[in-house]
Write a protein of this length. Structure first.
Length: 255
């Protein structure tokens, strides 16, 4: 993720929302993104605050979203499709909504924070690592749309609170701790299919943040050992208990 392009776009962005609050959702419109929850949120907050809504992306439930918008007669909604320049839309936004049922590390939320947009999201997966409740935005259960609407109403009706949350999001996003946490999550996902070799990813990662080469190699070796142990346990239990394999000189899938 190129942080510089978000910073540059913020400097160029000429925001004139004509007294509307702009709420944005970015996703691949798959069932896990809880599109029904997004539209329910739009419907409820539009009855309380003068809003415009932007939906960015495409996917299997895009037509469902359009149908729900039409059925509920929600006004001021734009479907913008896929874009490689999401920062040009986010810089005009006040609030980002992401009520996902599950989420890995919340790249869309990170992009919103980099654009100084307040994030209201579910507490699923890696989102709590990104979105700090009460600082950069707010968290709730993915199906608790009423709570999300309450948070949105509170922050959008208070310009001081809104600006403070926007500033906090940009500051937290730029911190080394957040970058380390997100990078660690990404490396963890990549390491799983690589097995023991995944531990080697720790060396360049730690060197990037200035750790001594000996500490980096030692940590990578320890991580590789943990991956090996967990992999061995999985192979034993998967073969012995689940698949009931009783090959001579073997324990589960371990020979």
């Amino acid at each position: 993720m190129d942080l510089d392009k978000f910073k540059t776009q913020l400097l160029r962005c000429n925001v004139d929302n004509e007294n509307y609050k702009v709420i944005t959702h970015v996703s691949n419109f798959r069932p896990v993104k809880n599109i029904r929850g997004v539209i329910e949120f739009f419907e409820k907050i539009s009855k309380k605050i003068k809003c415009r809504f932007k939906l960015i992306g495409e996917g299997p439930e895009l037509e469902l979203a359009k149908q729900l918008i039409n059925d509920k007669n929600i006004d001021n909604v734009q479907f913008l499709g896929n874009t490689q320049e999401v920062e040009k839309e986010l810089c005009h936004s006040d609030l980002f909504i992401l009520p996902s049922k599950t989420e890995s590390f919340g790249l869309a939320a990170l992009e919103a924070m980099a654009s100084k947009v307040v994030v209201i999201s579910s507490n699923s997966g890696g989102l709590p690592e990104v979105n700090v409740h009460g600082e950069t935005g707010y968290l709730s259960d993915y199906n608790d749309i009423n709570t999300m609407v309450g948070y949105a109403e509170r922050v959008l009706n208070d310009e001081n609170k809104l600006n403070e949350a926007k500033k906090s999001g940009a500051e937290v996003f730029g911190s080394d701790d957040l970058i380390k946490n997100i990078s660690g999550i990404i490396i963890g996902f990549i390491s799983v299919p690589l097995g023991i070799g995944g531990g080697s990813l720790m060396v360049p990662f730690m060197r990037t943040f200035g750790y001594d080469i000996r500490k980096s190699i030692g940590t990578a070796a320890a991580v590789g050992f943990l991956i090996a142990v967990s992999g061995t346990i999985t192979m034993i239990t998967g073969g012995k208990i689940i698949d009931n394999i009783n090959t001579p000189f073997s324990v589960g899938y371990i020979n």
